[in-house]
Structure formats: C-alpha cells, structure tokens
Design a protein around this ligand. Sequence first.
Ligand code: ADP
Ligand code: MG
Length: 371
Amino acid sequence: MAGASPIQVENVSYFYGKGNLRKQILFDVSTEIAAGEIIILTGPSGSGKTTLLTLIGALRSCQEGVVRVLEQDLSAVSESALVKVRRRIGYIFQQHNLLASLSVAQNIQMALELCGERSRKGWNERIETVLSHVGMADHMYKMPDQLSGGQKQRIGIARALVHHPSIILADEPTASLDKHSGRDVVELIQRLAKEEGAAVVLVTHDNRILDIADRILHLEDGRIKNLMDAVGDDAGRLLNIMARFEPDTYTELAAFALALTRVASADQHINEEENIAIRRILHEVSGLSEGEAELVMHLSHSMLGIHGATQEPVIHEPGSEGYQRQQQLLESLHAVAAADGQVSPDEVAEIDRIAAELGITTRPTKALKNE
Ligand code: ADP
Ligand code: MG
C-alpha cells in the first residue's frame, strides 16, 4: 500500500459541451506521480492543463479513463470519500482568492476549519509556523489589501499547506507575479513539498521555472507530448529568431553544442553517460538551465547532419576572453569524450577536427602556461 503513487491517471479523455458542440479536450492522457515528486505541467494556453488539474483535484468528474488519487478511484467513490480526498489536497490558484474581510490569520484558519478538524488546539501555533515558512510571520494580523501581490500569493500558499496536504496542485501560481517573486514562490513550494514528501503538480507556461521540476509533462492539444519534440519545435523557432537578432550568440551556442555532440557521437553512437555529461557541461559551463540545456542538445542533434555549413573560424589572442572560452570548450569536449570511461581514437580525432575548424589551438591551457 505504501508503494502506490498518490496520483495515477490512466487513459483519461475529457469532453466539454453536448451534442454538436461536444469537443474533446483531453486525449488518452496517462501519467503517474510519486510522493515527493514535483511535476511541472506546461503547454500552450487552451491545451487542457487546468482541465487535467481539476480532474486530479477531484473538482471535476472523470468521463473516460481512471483518475486514482490517494488510492481512491475518483469516479467510483462516494461524495463523502471525495470530500476526504479534497481535504488532503492543497490548492494554489493563480488568483490567491483570499477573503478581503478576513485577516491573514483568519484566512488561514478557515482552511483548517474546512478540513473538518474538531479540536482547535494548537491552531495558532500552526498558523504561525506556516506563516514563518512563507516568510510572512510579521503579517499575521494584516488585512489582504495591505499586502503586495507576491505577499498575497505567499499567504495563498500558506493556506494551501497549513493542513500538511499529501498533494499540492498549483495552477499558474506565478502568473500575477514579477520574475523575482515568481521564482521565490515556486522555490518555496518546492522546498515545502520536499520537506513534507507531497506530490506536486504545478501548471505554468513560465519557462524560467522549469528547472525546479523533477519531471516535465508537456500538453499540446490535449495530448501529452514528448518534451524533446516540444522543445525541438520551440528550438527551431527560437534559433531562427536568435540567428536574426543575436547572430554572435547564436553562432557560439550552435558551435558549442554541435562540437559536444560530434565528440560524443564520434564512436558512432551517443550513450546515456555522454548525454548526461553534455547536459551537465552545458549547465555548468554555459550557465544554461536544465531546460535550456535540453534545448541546445536537441539543436545539436538535429545539426549533426549539416556538416560543412560552419562559420569562419575566429582566432582569439591567448589570454583573451574568447581564447579562454575556446579552451573551456576544448576541456568540455575531452570531458564528454571521457564520460563513458574511455576516450576512443575516433573521439580524439573528432576533437582535433573540431578544433581545427574553429581555429582553436589543441594544446591544453596548462601546457601553454608552463612554456
Ligand atoms: P489551459 O489551462 O491549458 O489553458 P483549459 O483546460 O482551461 O486549458 O482549457 C482547455 C480547452 O477547453 C480550451 O479550449 C477551453 O476553451 C475549453 N474549456 C475550458 N473550460 C471549459 C468549459 N467550462 N466549457 C467549455 N469549454 C471549456
Ligand atoms: Mg489554465
């Protein structure tokens, strides 16, 4: 029993409307979300994210397929069992939905009341604790209209978490926030979720927070789509834009990604260790987020076929920034080649070819320094 995932979605389809107006919104969606796992649900507006979230949240009844939440098949249980399931879920909405006539503490207290807890013992302490978790301990007796958007959203989170839910469902929690408070809010959800071992489904189309996810589910036209395909579509578009407006960045990024991939595939195939190494290097060396690293990798895979169409080599002076970057690239190439535990002659040859094409000296930085 302990092993069952708190959220199981099996072959779920969903329709809005009746008769001629009946329209399919979700198509055969399946996924399973483990305790302590943070899933980000992305996809364009209208792709069915909120619909899926409300099905998981027992706020909408399932029509086709099975939604099993906290070991209850939602379409097979009584209304009172549904209420019990809902009480173990923390909902965070785009609009914080705080009641304006109640103080911060009262708004949170209401969540405890709705949970049907009989004893009020310890409530004040729990409210204080959860408010300090969201950094709002000093605002306990304020009214919602005395708070900023980011602060209200934090109260919304405190309210969703005060009863220690097993599942947290958040629908675009950062949509009304600026970049900085948006990041804070999701990191907070992430930290609390990990501490409590809750399963989290967070809907967003904010690409800047994708890296907090353990897994990304991408919905498009009501279907779960492979992230790589989705990223690939985006990559094509983004690269066209980048090539037009930021040709230098584009060239550098493309050369870097292509080079990494060419080394990794010099021995005719890229294995998983090499992929992991490339991703890590892109992440560490270029400061790309994991999502961006995925994108660059997809790009480089698709560029592998386009040999010969490379740009003019740029010769950098030793000691210059460009030179250091090239040396770093070289080191990265060796690291990727060594990722699977052995550097093959094919891989070394490929590194040398790439270096020559890019006008990079293949002597390692250290050796140069000792001369
Ligand atoms: P998302 O959250 O990804 O933007 P939604 O799940 O809200 O997508 O909506 C998916 C599709 O279902 C959209 O085309 C939307 O217009 C439609 N839709 C959403 N809610 C309703 C409803 N109550 N009645 C009819 N159509 C709806
Ligand atoms: Mg939505």
